[in-house]
Ligand binder design. Structure first.
Ligand SMILES: Cc1cc2nc3c(=O)[nH]c(=O)nc-3n(C[C@H](O)[C@H](O)[C@H](O)COP(=O)(O)OP(=O)(O)OC[C@H]3O[C@@H](n4cnc5c(N)ncnc54)[C@H](O)[C@@H]3O)c2cc1C
Length: 413
C-alpha cells in the first residue's frame, strides 16, 4: 500500500506519524513537501515558540472558538482533543507548558523542537519525507492517484491526503495549491478571505495613539450582520490590533469592509458601564472640579493622547469644567461609549489564517474522506475551518490530520 500526504505542515505531519505508528510494515508512507524542511509555518507560530494548542480542557468550550467548522470538527476534536495533543507531544519527548493566557508552548520556547520531534518519528518509522517536491497536478486513474511534480518523475498512490494548508503567509509554502487540486476532483471551494488580521483606519491621527492599549473594550462592526467582541486591543500607527481585534476579524472574515466606503468600527471604552453611568460619573467629576480644564477630566477616563483627540473632535478647546455644556457632556460620553473609526483596510502581514476552503459538505467528518472521491482525504487549513488565536488553528490541524491518518490505518488494517 502506498500512501501520499501532500503538505508537511501540522496536519500532514500528524497524519504521517499516525499512519506510521499504526500500520504494518507493508505500508509505504510518502510525506511530500515543496519546502526544504517540514513544518515551516508550525515553527513560526506563537512568535517562533510554536503555540501548539490551547490549555482549555473543555472540548465544548474549545469548539466555540471556531467561527467556521465548529460542528464539523466535533468528531475529530473528541477523537484527538487539545489534552490528547498535549499528551502526545509530551510522550514523544517535548515537555510543554500552559501559559497564563492558556496558550501551550514547548517548555524550551523553541518551535523547532516540534519539527525535530516529527523528524525523529519519521526516521524511526521509515516515513519517506520528500522535500523540495512541488506537486503540480493530481489525477485519479483506475483507483490509483497519479501525482505530478514540477520536475521529476510522477508517483502513484493508493491513498492520498491533501494537507496543503490555506493561502495565508504564502512565503511559507502555503500558496493555496490544494484548492485547485480539490476542485479538479469536483469539490466545492467556499469563499476565501483573510482572517486574524489587524484593521487599518482612514483616521490621519492614528500615529498619535499608537501603542496605547486597553485590557477590555467592546469592539463592534457592522457588515451584512453586526459583530462585536470584548477584550484587549492596542492602537497601532495605522489602526488597531490585538486579541479582540483578531477575534472580531475572524467573526467577520468574509465581510468586505475594505471595499465599502462607509464601513466603521466602534469602540466602547467602558463596556461594563451604561451610557447614563458614564455620563453621571463625568458630571460628578466636573461638578467637583469646576476650575479644572475639561480635558484633564477626560484624561482620567482615557489616556492623554486619546483624551486630546476626543476633546478636539467635540471642539471644547481649553474650556474649564464649569464652561462645558450639556451637549458637550453627551458628545464626550458618546465618544467614550461609541467612538467611531472609518475602516480603510485589513492590515497585510498580520493575516494568520485563511477563512474558507474545501466545502465541509463534501467531506465525511467522521473520517476526513472525500464524499466525492474514495480514498482521498483532507485535513488542516485547506478545509473550511478556522479558529481564533490561541492555538485553535493548530489544534484543528492536529485533530483532522490525526483522524485522516487513523481512518486510512483502519482501512488498510
Ligand atoms: C505568522 C503565523 C502565526 C500563527 N500563529 C498561530 C498560533 O499561534 N496558534 C495557532 O494555532 N495557529 C497559528 N497560526 C495558524 C497555523 O499555523 C495554521 O493554521 C496551521 O499551520 C495550518 O496547518 P496545515 O497543516 O493545514 O497547513 P500548513 O502548516 O500551512 O502546511 C501546508 C504545507 O503544505 C505545503 N504545500 C502547499 N502546496 C504544496 C504543493 N503544491 N506541493 C508540496 N507541498 C505543498 C506547504 O509548503 C506547507 O508546508 C499562525 C499562522 C501564521 C502564518
Amino acid at each position: 500500500m502506498k500512501i501520499g500526504i501532500i503538505g508537511a505542515g501540522a496536519a500532514g505531519m500528524i497524519a504521517a506519524a499516525t499512519i506510521a505508528e499504526n500500520s504494518n510494515v507493508n505500508t509505504e508512507i510518502f510525506l511530500i513537501e515543496k519546502n526544504d524542511g517540514i513544518g515551516k509555518k508550525v515553527e513560526i507560530t506563537g512568535g517562533g515558540r510554536c503555540n501548539v494548542t490551547t490549555g482549555f480542557h473543555d472540548i465544548k468550550e474549545v469548539l466555540k472558538k471556531y467561527p467556521r467548522g465548529e460542528n464539523f470538527l466535533k468528531f475529530a476534536m473528541y477523537n484527538f482533543s487539545a489534552d490528547d495533543v498535549f499528551k502526545w507531544i509530551v510522550a514523544h519527548g517535548v515537555p510543554l507548558k500552559i501559559e497564563e493566557d492558556m496558550r501551550v508552548f514547548p517548555k524550551s520556547n523553541n518551535g523547532k523542537d516540534i519539527t525535530k520531534l516529527f523528524n525523529k518519528v519519521f526516521e524511526e518509522n521509515k516515513v519517506n519525507v520528500l522535500l523540495k517536491h512541488n506537486v503540480s497536478d493530481v489525477q485519479k486513474k483506475d483507483d490509483k492517484f497519479s501525482v505530478k511534480f514540477s520536475y521529476g518523475q510522477n508517483m502513484v498512490f493508493d491513498f492520498l491526503i491533501f494537507t496543503t494548508g490555506g493561502n495565508a503567509y504564502s512565503h511559507t509554502g502555503s500558496t493555496g495549491d490544494g484548492y485547485n487540486f480539490a476542485k479538479s476532483f469536483g469539490h466545492r471551494i467556499t469563499d476565501l478571505s483573510p482572517s486574524l488580521h489587524a484593521f487599518t483606519f482612514a483616521e490621519k491621527r492614528m500615529p498619535l495613539l499608537a501603542g496605547i492599549s486597553f485590557k477590555n473594550v467592546n469592539l463592534r462592526i457592522k457588515g451584512e450582520k453586526t459583530y462585536d467582541f470584548n477584550g484587549p486591543f492596542v492602537f497601532t500607527h495605522r489602526g488597531i490590533s490585538g486579541p479582540a481585534v483578531f477575534a472580531l476579524s475572524s467573526m467577520a472574515a468574509h465581510e468586505k469592509f475594505e471595499t465599502k466606503s462607509d464601513s466603521h468600527l466602534f469602540i466602547d471604552f467602558y463596556p461594563d458601564k451604561k451610557y447614563e453611568d458614564v455620563l453621571s460619573e463625568l458630571n460628578l467629576s466636573i461638578s467637583e472640579n469646576p476650575k479644572k480644564e475639561f480635558i484633564n477630566i477626560v484624561r482620567t477616563f482615557v489616556p492623554k493622547a486619546l483624551a486630546e483627540i476626543m476633546c478636539e473632535d467635540i471642539e471644547v478647546g481649553k474650556k474649564k469644567c464649569s464652561e462645558v455644556s450639556k451637549k458637550d457632556m453627551n458628545k464626550i460620553t458618546e465618544l467614550l461609549k461609541n467612538m467611531r473609526f472609518k475602516i480603510s483596510g485589513k492590515s497585510p502581514g498580520d493575516e494568520f489564517v485563511t477563512a474558507g476552503g474545501v466545502d465541509l459538505h463534501d467531506i465525511d467528518s467522521k473520517t476526513m474522506e472525500s464524499k466525492i472521491c474514495p480514498n482521498l482525504y483532507f485535513a488542516g487549513e485547506i478545509l473550511d475551518i478556522d479558529g481564533f488565536t490561541g492555538g485553535f488553528n493548530l489544534q484543528s490541524a492536529w485533530s483532522t490530520g490525526r483522524l485522516a491518518g487513523e481512518s486510512i490505518s483502519k482501512k488498510i488494517a
